[in-house]
Each structure stands twice: as C-alpha cells, then as structure tokens.
Design a protein around this ligand. Structure first.
Ligand code: ADP
Ligand code: MG
Length: 323
C-alpha cells in the first residue's frame, strides 16, 4: 500500500537517504529502527510530504504522493511525535475530535468516537472528556495524542519515537496498548524508534537503517536469528544490554532500599521475596500497583508503582540517589 522506489534525499553535499526502496503492506506494523542520524525521521516525514525526495518516488495505493492533494493526503495520515503537542486550551474531547471535525463528521458521531477511544485506552470518558491536557499525566497525554492521531480512522499512522520521553513502565504500557489498538483498527502503522527491543516487541517487520541506507528488512524473528551483518548483530546486542544490562542482577531488595513507605503493609497485596529479579517485579507492579516484600513470613516493606518509578529513573539516568 506504501512503496518507496529508489528514494534519496540530499542537503547540500550531504546524502541523508541513499537509494531507499521498501514496501509496506496494508495493515502492517512496520518499524524503522537505527541509531540517531540514520535517516528514520526523514523517511517518515516523506510519507506525509513534510519532506520531498531529491530523487525517486513514493507511492500510496499505487498513486504517487506528489499527485495527491496535500491536505487530503495529510488528513488520511495520522502523525504522532515524541512530545505530543495536545492543544493546551482545548479539552481532551476537542483534541480527539479535531480531525473528525475537519472531515465534517456530525457532532454525535464525533463524540461517540471520542468516548469509544477513551474507553479503549482505559480513560473513563465521563471523567476525561472535559479535562484539559495540563490535568493529565505524561502517559495520559501521550495516550490522548495517540487517540487524536487515530480518531478519524486514517489509512496510515506515522509514529516518531512516541514513547521515548516516557518512563519505562508507561512505555511498556503504551507499547502493549498500541499493539492492541493496531489489532483492533488494523491501520497500517509506520513506527520509528532507536530502540531495537521496542522494534522487536512491536514490528510485524523491522527495517534497520544506518547512515541513510537500509541494512536489513525482515521479521523480528529473522533479524534476531539471521542478522544480515555484524552491524545488525551488534546493534541488537547493544540495545538489549542497554536496559537489560543495567537492570539485570538487580532485585527487589535493591528497590526496597529506595522505597518511601517500607513498613506499610496492605493486606491484599501480592507478596514477593527480596531476591525476586527486578524484571519480574516490573511485571508484578504493572498488574498490582503495589507488592509486599516478605521473607520468612516477615513483611520487610512494600513497594509501590511510584517507588519503582523513582528507582528506575535514578538507575537509568545513571544518576545517584540524592540527586
Ligand atoms: P534519525 O531520525 O534517524 O535520527 P534524521 O532523519 O533526523 O535521523 O536525520 C538524518 C540526517 O540528516 C542527520 O545527519 C541530520 O543531521 C540530517 N538532516 C536532517 N534534516 C536536515 C536538514 N533540514 N538539513 C540538513 N541536514 C539534515
Ligand atoms: Mg529521528
């Protein structure tokens, strides 16, 4: 449904995209991944003609992008950026209904759509419709931003590192969410990230880029099992070690040392032992919000979602505790 044929982009002397050819299938979750400066954003922006190629052509439904009316083209494409810019003076409802309104959907249909979408991402419509962006957390704003991009049922959704500004837990939640949304609405998604783990978690296929060239396009399984060259293998390993390396070896006991409320015991919470791996704790906290740390039937303390976030933020920043 979307095809790049021998596309290059040059700025003065610098070639930032070098003879790119690729095809994205209808309904596919297609991920562009690569180090900073490899040309991912440039590639993405070409799809809604924020940037035009220096050479080559891009086709949407077999028709050249340059033959489309640019306003219509952009209305059929949803776009989500790293920092979602919700309009601060509009309510959540008005933000979500923006494009449907431009497309002249009747009022009732728009509101129905806004409610349906909020429910889909577990934001209670009656509570959230009338709120302003400033009254939402970062993760909630990002969810609304995604809803705004998909509200008018675009053919294609473009996402440029949409989760990279979020903390690890919100990021994981939104990754699961976007997978669900994709299965539900079956739009074609082109998603940019520099995080190979994220690419593997999300992509039907992954396009790995380096220095403006495509290194490999394949399914996550094939990329992992048959990396095209050392660069692919290394990039994959690095990405894995970046987060996992920092977190592996850490346990519940490490987090407990940071916990704000070590001795509050809540009857219904799930119990974990202090030597539970941190990666398992992250999953438990996502499901239960708070866990009790228990050893030899003694409660050592509790760890809440906030405690875990605080801990991860310090760890992943590489900062020290009293910063
Ligand atoms: P990525 O998104 O993979 O980090 P980009 O597509 O943003 O990479 O950029 C690829 C390269 O193109 C970078 O080296 C960047 O500096 C260069 N570049 C991007 N936009 C421009 C521009 N408007 N003028 C000159 N160089 C640019
Ligand atoms: Mg970029």
């Amino acid at each position: 449904m979307l095809e790049f044929k021998n596309v290059s982009k040059r700025y003065q002397q610098q070639t930032v995209l070098d003879n790119i050819s690729l095809t994205v299938e209808e309904g596919e979750f297609f991920v562009l991944v690569g180090p900073s400066g490899s040309g991912k954003t440039t590639t993405l922006k070409m799809i809604n003609r924020l940037i035009d190629p220096s050479e080559g052509h891009i086709y949407l439904h077999q028709k050249k992008l340059s033959d489309y009316n640019i306003r219509e083209l952009r209305q059929s494409i949803g776009y989500v950026l790293q920092q979602i810019a919700l309009f601060p003076n509009l309510t959540v409802q008005e933000n979500i209904e923006l494009i449907p309104e431009l497309k002249k959907w009747p009022r009732l249909k728009r509101e129905e759509r806004a409610r349906e979408l909020l429910a889909l991402v577990n934001l209670e419509p009656d509570t959230y419709l009338k709120r302003k962006p400033a009254e939402l957390s970062g993760g909630e704003q990002q969810r609304v931003g995604i809803l705004r991009a998909i509200a008018a049922k675009p053919d294609v959704i473009l996402m440029d590192e949409p989760f990279s500004a979020l903390d690890p837990i919100a990021r994981q939640q939104l990754q699961s969410l976007i997978k669900e949304i994709h299965q539900e609405i079956k739009s074609t998604i082109v998603f940019v990230t520099h995080d190979m783990k994220e690419a593997i978690a999300l992509g039907d296929r992954i396009c790995l880029m380096r220095n403006g060239k495509i290194v490999q396009i394949d399914t996550p399984e094939m990329i992992q099992q048959h990396p095209e060259n050392d660069f692919v293998a290394e990039f994959f390993k690095q990405e894995q070690s970046q987060v996992e390396g920092e977190l592996s070896g850490l346990t519940v006991a490490d987090v407990l040392a940071f916990s704000q409320n070590p001795l509050v015991h809540q009857e219904e919470t799930v119990s974990v032992s202090p030597d539970t791996a941190l990666v398992d704790l992250i999953e438990l906290i996502q499901a239960h919000r708070v866990v009790s740390v228990v050893e030899h039937r003694q409660v050592l303390g509790t760890i809440s979602n906030d405690d875990l976030l605080h801990f991860l933020q310090l760890r992943l920043k590489g900062g020290d505790a009293d910063e």
